[in-house]
Every structure is written in C-alpha cells, then in structure tokens.
Design a protein around this ligand. Structure first.
Ligand code: CO
Length: 134
C-alpha cells in the first residue's frame, strides 16, 4: 500500500529557530516552503535523501497544529506515508476498520493529495497518506 515514508511532520513555534537546528546544525537543505492555508500552517520541507522533514508552524492558535503546540509543545506531529493511489489506500484502511479524520483526500503541500487517519486508530501516531501531484 505504501511506497516509503514521505516525511516526518514536526510542529515548531518558530521556523527560523528550527532552521538553525535543521539546516545549520543537522545540515538539511530547504527544498520547499509554502503557506498551506487549508491546514493553517507555514510549512518547510527539508531534504533527507528521498524523504523529508516537514516543519509546521501554525498560522493561528486555533489551527490543528496550534492546538497541538498548546497541548504538547514542539515536537513530532505526524508520520506521512507515500502512496501512488491515495483513493485505493484510503479504501483499504477504511475496509480494515480504521477510523479516518479525512474521508476524502484534501490538497496538501505542493498540490499533493493527503488524508489523515485518526490517531485513536493508529496507537497515538497521527498518520498521513500522501499522493504526490503528478
Ligand atoms: Co505532512
């Protein structure tokens, strides 16, 4: 169902401070930066081989990532798996009885199609499926 881990999403309060760690400290290159209004975040994709770290800064305290930061502070927010066909992948996890947050794919970073599974269905690990734009 999944090709690889696409990215690890990390919630941050300050993108510039996080870049000092990831770019200057850990040597990761910034590949892409985008404000994703639908998710209420500014996002930065950092290169790690074929995968990424996705830094997420909430645009408001009421966004999902804003509420996450309020509850948990900065840290790992989600794991994203790459799929070539998100519609069939969603069908498979739904058929397996897993609860979804997104019944239908939404538009994510770089015009990808994404959908989140409910963390209560995935052992507390917020899980995202990603189909890259073609
Ligand atoms: Co993500």
């Amino acid at each position: 169902m999944f090709g690889r881990i696409d990215h690890i999403g990390v919630a941050v309060e300050d993108i510039d401070a996080a870049m000092e760690l990831y770019r200057d400290g850990l040597g990761m290159r910034e590949q892409h930066r985008e404000t994703v209004e639908g998710f209420g975040v500014e996002a930065v994709l950092l290169e790690v081989g074929d995968g990424h770290v996705e830094l997420l800064r909430p645009l408001s305290a009421e966004s999902a990532v804003g509420r996450f930061l309020e509850r948990n502070g900065p840290g790992i927010h989600h794991v994203a798996y790459q799929t070539d066909d998100i519609d069939s992948a969603l069908g498979e996890v739904r058929a397996a009885g897993l609860r979804l947050i997104d019944e239908e794919p939404r538009t994510g970073i770089r015009q990808s199609r994404v959908a989140f599974l409910h963390p209560k269905a995935t052992g507390g690990v917020l899980t995202e499926l990603v189909e890259a734009a073609h």
